[in-house]
Design a protein around this ligand. Structure first.
Ligand code: ADP
Length: 190
């Protein structure tokens, strides 16, 4: 059997990962795994995990590695027959990236590539405040929370570019332009 297509869709908050994932899962028949969506589902269901995550997320900080790695492990195990995964918002720390490799590599279907959407900070803040006006996401409504999320990204998540570059899997994608233009760039990279 041919290798699965396992993509890490990477980029700061507001870079357009969710929007682009929707198209890519349809085109390539992939399963979309967004840790942000999974965490918000836990909060809505008022689970113990959701209650633990809620305050952390409302401040714009990262939830603990153990929680998100556990959620991702369950979803990978539950989707053994997929053509591949799009990881959206995961991994966000080096510990998460190492855990993901440990989960995927033994199956013979490692991460294929990291596609990193690149967008300047002022554009991110503008997009997130715009989304906050309509989405109902509390963490999109407050500019200081948005800036905290961007700082968390720069400090803990952006270094993962080096992690994937060292494996020759990193591809930077210009995230400015229309949704269709960015989709075309992603497809060309895949
Ligand atoms: P965005 O990338 O636009 O900030 P997400 O939905 O990906 O939105 O994430 C929302 C929040 O959920 C993050 O600010 C963080 O608190 C939490 N979160 C999501 N994924 C992770 C992760 N992999 N590790 C730690 N925290 C996470």
């Amino acid at each position: 059997m041919s290798q699965k297509l396992n993509i890490v869709l990477f980029g700061p908050p507001g870079a357009g990962k969710g929007t682009q994932s929707t198209f890519l899962i349809g085109r390539y028949g992939l399963v979309h795994l967004s840790t942000g969506d999974l965490l918000r589902a836990e909060i809505n269901a008022e689970t113990e995990l959701g209650l633990r995550a809620q305050g952390i997320m409302s401040r714009g900080e990262l939830v603990s590695d153990d929680i998100v790695i556990g959620m991702i492990r369950n979803k990978i195990d539950a989707n053994g027959d997929t053509k591949g995964f799009i990881f959206d918002g995961f991994p966000r720390t080096k510990a998460q990236a190492e855990a993901l490799d440990a989960l995927l590599n033994p199956s013979g279907n490692p991460i294929t590539m990291m596609l990193a959407l690149e967008v300047p900070e002022e554009e991110l803040v503008k997009r997130l405040l715009g989304r906050g006006a309509t989405s109902g996401r509390a963490d999109d409504k407050d500019e200081s929370v948005i800036r905290t999320r961007i700082r968390e990204y720069e400090q803990k998540t952006a270094p993962l570019k080096d992690y994937y570059s060292a494996q020759k899997k990193f591809k930077g994608i210009d995230g400015m332009g229309s949704v269709e233009e960015i989709t075309d760039r992603l497809v060309a990279a895949i």
